[in-house]
Design a protein around this ligand. Structure first.
Ligand code: MBD
Ligand code: FE
Length: 283
């Protein structure tokens, strides 16, 4: 049935919440250890909400609608989705402001550490009949002075041709379209994959309810996710988008930057090919 192909809000939300708890929630103890800092941030955040209420003369009906919605976001496991779609891009903007190397963008909720290791010239794990346009993605990883970063690691994850992510939608092999490519001695890599489809935020959960109620759209443009790392360098988290693709100009997650839009050229048998180089800042 259709449900076997769909990522329901509850299923992908629960997976994203578990993923976050496993990978990131342990790092929060340090962030809340500074009482002064927490006082500043919590006071200003609460005060910003007060301003919205006063400026818009928010009613009790609206206050209770908000309360009900906040409760349901947690029940649906959609806090990772909500935060990464509507908030993370500004955190990334602040974090990346002084970067000299390649532009980065948000990580989003669907990164999974520990993907299968692959050599510098390789094919991402995919099904025998994987749908989609073949895409050869190649390039070089260097430092800011142009020195090749031997053995840099390029982690890639992406949606399939239905816009679905392995481990967050049912019926897809565990590591489908996820891999950790080790670049060669000159930092070069060449990875064969397929072009992903645009991603639609689940419409059956709390984030979908917000989008519908506000008259927004639920789409992210098609994208490749990347984490590029090398010893002694800052890890770059990025996404690459496709020139002319749907929603490149109106990403619901506000994560597109002009430097991240690629334009693969057609090659033989219907495939496409693109070269994209990464420049990593020193740690
Ligand atoms: C995605 O695939 C994504 O990359 C982000 C940032 C949010 C939701 C789904
Ligand atoms: Fe994504």
């Amino acid at each position: 049935s259709d449900t076997t192909l769909k990522a329901t809000a509850a299923a992908s939300g629960a997976s994203a919440t578990d993923r976050f708890r496993t990978d990131k929630a342990t790092a929060t103890a340090q962030a809340v250890a500074d009482t002064e800092r927490v006082n500043t941030l919590a006071t200003e955040l609460i005060s910003a909400v007060h301003d919205v209420i006063r400026q818009n003369r928010v009613t009790y009906e609206e206050y209770n609608a908000l309360k009900a919605w906040l409760i349901s976001v947690g029940e649906d496991g959609e806090w990772p989705l909500f935060l990464d779609v509507w908030i993370e891009h500004v955190v990334e903007e602040v974090a990346g402001a002084d970067r000299k190397g390649s532009k980065g963008t948000i990580e989003g909720p669907y990164y999974v550490p520990g993907a299968p290791g692959l050599p510098s010239v390789s094919t991402l794990p995919m099904r025998e009949d994987e749908a989609g346009t073949p895409l050869l993605f190649q390039g070089q990883v260097t430092g800011v002075t142009g020195e090749p970063l031997s053995g840099a690691l390029l982690e890639m994850w992406q949606a399939d041709d239905d816009g679905l992510y392995a481990q967050f939608a049912p019926g897809i092999p565990e590591w489908n379209l996820r891999g950790a490519v080790t670049a060669d001695d000159e930092g070069r890599f060449a990875v064969l994959t397929i072009q992903p489809a645009p991603y639609q935020i689940p419409t059956d959960g709390s984030c979908g309810a917000l989008i519908a109620a506000a008259g927004w759209h639920p789409w992210r443009p098609a994208h490749l996710h990347l984490k590029v790392s090398a010893p002694g360098h800052e890890t770059l988290t990025a996404q690459l988008y496709f020139r002319g693709g749907e929603h490149v100009e109106d990403d619901v997650a506000s994560a597109v930057k002009p430097e991240l839009v690629i334009d693969p050229r057609p090659v033989g048998d219907g495939g496409r090919q693109v070269t994209y180089d990464f420049v990593l800042d020193p740690a």
